[in-house]
Design a binder for this molecule. Sequence first.
Ligand SMILES: *Cc1c(COP(=O)(O)O)cnc(C)c1O
Length: 243
Amino acid sequence: MTEERATEERRAELAEGIAGVRARIAAACAAAGRDESEITLIAVTKTFPASDVRLLAGLGLTDIGENRDQEARPKAAECADLPLTWHFVGRLQTNKANAVAGYADVVHSVDRPRLVTSLSNAAVRAGRALRCLVQVSLDEGTPSEVRERGGVPPVDAPALADRIAEADGLELGGVMAVAPLGADPLPAFTRLSEVAARLRRNHPAASIVSAGMSGDLEQAIACGATHLRVGTALLGGRRAIVR
Ligand SMILES: *Cc1c(COP(=O)(O)O)cnc(C)c1O
């Protein structure tokens, strides 16, 4: 198969993925009495090549999510000519804040004060404005599980939000969460929407609710999500990641 032909086939696959996800979003919005224009679809392109990001952009999907700096940084550089919004959605080590502040527009995974300080310093140094979301832990599992998946307990979200709002170079965008593994996502997303509403009382502009992935975007939309982070349903199955 020629390279051109392979590119065409991949473009068709991605177009089909986008159409399928958009149809699910439309149905979920109709069921929830919401307008589709309230929803931002983020393509989570981790493990997929920069060529896929380019094809997605050509198909009109320009919000791109990544979860590891070492993979995201070169991809963002390869796609620097495209009008993309880069979302960093993974666990973030403090020592990666500098690098991430160089290309990310939105960081979804802010879950501790030290990270706020690092991102603030990095954003100021880079002369960029970074939108930050408070990642909220909705896990009721063991403490080690909570650490693995990241996020602050709901009760600690307002204080962290205040810190972001006060930090130079940062803008408080709202909240983000990942539904607990193997549990009904509805109660968890409902809790997230309550945390979001509480933050908006002090920070009315913090309107982003980042929730919903390939398997649970309908429940997220029902609970007020504004940003969906979708990988598999758009791009297909990921191969195992070697850590
Ligand atoms: C990978 C990832 C997603 C997308 O997951 P899918 O199930 O493939 O849609 C969403 N959010 C985060 C934080 C991720 O790491």
